[in-house]
Design a binder for this molecule. Structure first.
Ligand code: C2O
Ligand code: CU
Length: 472
């Protein structure tokens, strides 16, 4: 598999075209690019600025960002800021298309949108009125999110704030975003995707992939298969994102540091935890982020530490390797406490309780992908929570589904009727629902209006496992 032969790339931080008036303005071209997932094998991708991952946007809490996206591809696109607190018309509702300049013929679809359709380019405005967190932006085109993210339309969006700045956390080259995604590169260098329609005009995957979603055995990090990273024997911050279409990972360090507890989690999907939590392994499903510290000074210089994916066998069981090079000065340390913000009560008086089941049917059968027995319909509203409230939401899944909410963040209250696990803490926007049940406290604080929630197995999402919530 040629593992651990190439250094980990870190996506470039995008430079604003203007910072006038306290607003950071950016421009991104959605365009064809070339990427070496595998050594000496150029692969055509679709990327933000032609790269995968796209450029990283670094935002500051309270300081607005405007991103002008230009669609130079051959298909409509939609940009979603995953984890962002944004009004509905900036959220990337699945039919709020940005049509390529060359092809304005899609206007008929715009009637079900929130923002309507744009042609050629459009601005997305983000207020960044939210705590420091690792967000990401990616494509969200109705019924085509799977192939379009798989082709490379995904990038990091980091929010920083003053609370985080007061903490002795690793920074600079020791604060590293890691986008994990599996890909299958064919002999001719092209990306394999299991289109049911070879002309790629109608959505959907072949029946073998209907149930699992797109799974591949080549694991890439920041766009390179099985890279290595030379690290000092010091504390590092790793912002782990599972950007795979469908691959659930269970991560562990091999070998673990002496005494174990190699991962010290400091942040969940959308912010810092109250206090750090240490453990040896955790499951990260598509869409989720884990912000963890790893203290490589617990290893001897010369140690080679493999990030393993212990849920998969064979090549997909390996993610990347950290090569501990030398002892080095280190001002960072693991803080005893992170954020002081008290959480709201887990349920607002008089609020609704809601239940949603996520079901895709048995393997080998192309059934519909359903939420509460229904496939997605942009015109049907499935939940009407009230702005400012916190509701109890119960999810059941068959078989397993990572579920993501737009327009709201939540906490995990129960996992299969039991207390949450150590890695379930903090504010989240995506939860891995194993076969069984999860109980969440969902807080609606951002904006009124219509948003989607859906399975983040992108093939399930495209097949209709998505629903609407309309915040009143
Ligand atoms: Cu990461 Cu609705 O998506
Ligand atoms: Cu699913």
């Amino acid at each position: 598999m040629g593992a651990f032969t190439r250094p980990l790339p870190v996506p470039a931080v995008l430079r604003p075209t203007s910072t006038e008036g306290g607003v950071d303005r950016y421009e991104i071209r959605q365009t064809v690019g070339s990427q070496e997932f595998l050594p000496d094998t150029p692969t055509e991708i679709w990327g933000y600025d032609g790269t995968f991952p796209g450029p990283t946007i670094e935002a500051r809490r309270g300081r607005p960002v405007v991103v002008t996206h230009r669609n130079e591809l051959s298909v409509p696109t939609v940009v979603h800021l995953h984890g962002g607190v944004v009004p509905p018309e900036m959220d990337g509702y699945p039919v709020d298309y940005l049509a390529p300049a060359a092809d304005p013929a899609l206007a008929a679809h715009a009637r079900h949108g929130v923002a309507g359709m744009a042609v050629g380019s459009r601005d997305y405005t983000y207020a960044n009125d939210q705590a420091a967190a690792t967000l990401w932006y990616h494509d969200h085109r109705m019924e085509f999110t799977g192939p379009q993210v798989y082709m490379g339309l995904a990038g990091f969006y980091l929010v920083r704030d003053d609370v985080e700045d007061t903490l002795p956390l690793p920074g600079g080259e020791r604060d590293i975003p890691l986008m994990i995604a599996d890909r299958q590169v064919d002999e001719d260098g092209s990306l394999f995707y299991p289109w049911a329609d070879p002309t790629r005009r109608t959505p959907g995957v072949t029946v073998e992939y209907h149930h699992s979603g797109m799974l591949a055995s080549t694991i890439t990090v920041n766009g390179v298969a099985w890279p290595f990273l030379e690290v000092d024997a010091a504390l590092y911050r790793l912002r782990l994102l599972n950007a795979a279409n469908a691959h659930v990972c269970q991560l562990e360090l091999d070998p673990p540091p002496p005494g174990g507890n190699g991962f010290v989690q400091i942040g969940s999907d959308v912010g810092l935890l109250p206090t750090p939590v240490a453990y040896d392994t955790f499951v990260i499903s598509p869409g989720e982020r884990y912000d963890v510290l790893v203290d490589f000074s617990r290893y001897r210089p010369g140690a080679r530490v493999v990030l393993r994916n212990s849920i998969s066998e064979g090549d997909a069981g390996y993610v990347m390797r950290f090569d501990v090079t030398r002892r080095a000065a280190d001002d960072a340390h693991i803080p005893a406490a992170l954020t002081a913000a008290p959480p709201p009560p887990p349920r607002t008086e008089g609020s609704a309780d809601r239940r949603f089941s996520f079901f895709i049917g048995p393997e080998g059968v192309r059934g519909p992908a359903m939420t509460n027995g229904q496939t997605f319909d942009p015109t049907r509203i499935d939940a009407t929570p009230v702005l400012g409230s916190t509701e109890i939401w119960d999810f059941t899944a068959d078989p397993i589904h990572p579920v993501h909410l737009h327009g709201a963040h939540f906490r995990i209250l129960e996992r299969n009727g039991r207390p949450p696990q150590p890695h379930d803490g903090g504010w989240k926007d995506t939860v891995f629902v194993p076969t069984g049940a999860m109980r969440l406290a969902v807080t609606f604080t951002g904006h009124r209006g219509r948003y989607v929630f859906h399975c983040h197995n992108l093939e399930h999402e495209d097949a209709g496992m998505m629903a609407n919530l309309e915040i009143q």
